[in-house]
Design a protein around this ligand. Structure first.
Ligand code: M6P
Ligand code: ZN
Length: 187
């Protein structure tokens, strides 16, 4: 892993880019297999153009122990089977904390420690804190793209299997007048 010098990093909100830039990630509907409750609606959305659900741009700071990498995630507005578009969500294998800062749009931070569920409304300027041991997923509950900055320990890692097995405690449903929460697993 290459060390990086002290530096400033510019975020161009209109372009959605960081400079200098590190790795970028695009997640399409097909990358979210097994995450929406309505599997048929998910399959239909994959067949119907497989849209981009979210993208992640990262700085040059490496994901290595003692480093503090950052990334900006932008979730597109939408819902599948009535469930708002969201990130895959993950647990940190070594139970390390993380912070998010809302940049634009309206979103939320769903957290689950295996027993309790927490929801933090994320608007521009909100800092959401993810304590060690809480799996986390971001959700766009608005009509425009939702962007947030994440800062996390470089050795934190991403355990996606944890979420497939244990879920996130709640699901976030689109309602005419806003947001509704429901149980995670089907009856
Ligand atoms: C944030 C951070 C990243 C994460 C990204 C997308 O930017 O938490 O570490 O990769 O969101 O979330 P996910 O990895 O769950 O798809
Ligand atoms: Zn994380």
């Amino acid at each position: 892993v290459l060390p990086v010098p002290p530096m400033s990093i510019r975020f161009d909100q209109a372009a959605g880019t960081l400079s200098p830039a590190g790795p970028e990630l695009t997640r399409r509907m097909s990358d979210l297999e097994g995450l929406f409750l309505d599997q048929n609606a998910w399959r239909t959305a994959v067949a119907d153009g497989d849209p981009i659900v979210y993208s992640v741009v990262s700085s040059l700071v490496p994901e290595a122990d003692r480093e503090l990498p950052q990334s900006i995630t932008t979730i597109q507005p939408g819902s599948t089977g009535g469930e708002f578009w969201m990130t895959k969500g993950h647990q940190h294998p070594n139970h390390q904390g993380e912070i998010y800062l809302g940049i634009s749009g309206r979103g939320g931070l769903l957290m689950f420690d295996g027993t309790d569920t927490r929801w933090v409304d994320m608007t521009p300027g909100t800092i959401g804190y993810i304590p060690p041991g809480w799996a986390h997923r971001s959700v766009n509950v608005g009509g425009k793209p939702y962007s947030f900055l994440a800062v996390y320990p470089g050795g934190a890692g991403h355990d996606y299997g944890w979420v497939l097995e244990y879920g996130l405690g709640q699901r976030v449903w689109r309602q005419d007048d806003g947001v509704a929460f429901g149980g995670y697993f089907a009856e």
